[in-house]
Design a protein around this ligand. Sequence first.
Ligand code: SAM
Length: 211
Amino acid sequence: MRPKRILVACEFSGVVRDAFLDRGFDAISCDLLPSDSDRGKSRHYQGNVLDIIGEEWGLVIAHPPCTYLCNSGVRWLHTRFGRWEQMRRGALFFKSLFEANTPRVCVENPIPHKYAIEIIGTKYSQIIQPWQYGHGETKATCLWLCNLPPLHPTNIVPGREGRIFRLPPGPNRSKLRSTTYKGVALAMAEQWGALLNNESGFTSANMPITQ
Ligand SMILES: C[S@@+](CC[C@H](N)C(=O)[O-])C[C@H]1O[C@@H](n2cnc3c(N)ncnc32)[C@H](O)[C@@H]1O
């Protein structure tokens, strides 16, 4: 049997991919952008995730763009030209990732508005916060889970602020705001990795990574 691989879709940072690599899993990231991390040289597919989503994956974790789907931007649907169509396309993209023909899927996004939920066809499974995973920040983050248990908090900390969200304009602002928190990535790799280790076909934490 070929070892099962993990796809981290819509990830330029490599944060989730590297958390799984560090636990011995065969993981790659994919984004239209190049990978920000060194390991991305051999562990990143730069291109459209829809080109590779149909391959054989044991687990897909996806972070699709939220610009037209999040509740905090719902007012623009009514005031900016073209937004309804952009929203429809964004929600269909989200849906195609969540409905990937893969045994286990997690799609991550901020709290969506009702129009997006209508197209995606299902509400999120849980809401997590960075402060539950060691970062003194607030950012309500929804997870849509298929065959995965809810993520448990690993390190609840005080100092709950929306610092990253209030960053002043700058060249890296949008990247910084959208990069997955390391504590969340570690929790995914730890908790869901333990689940995968009990399944046959996954590269175990003690085996070398296949390049
Ligand atoms: C909200 S950001 C997620 C960033 C992620 N949390 C990280 O730490 O890198 C959404 C990402 O989706 C990527 N993206 C959008 N459409 C895509 C597609 N069709 N295929 C692959 N990546 C795509 C964008 O380039 C962007 O980097």
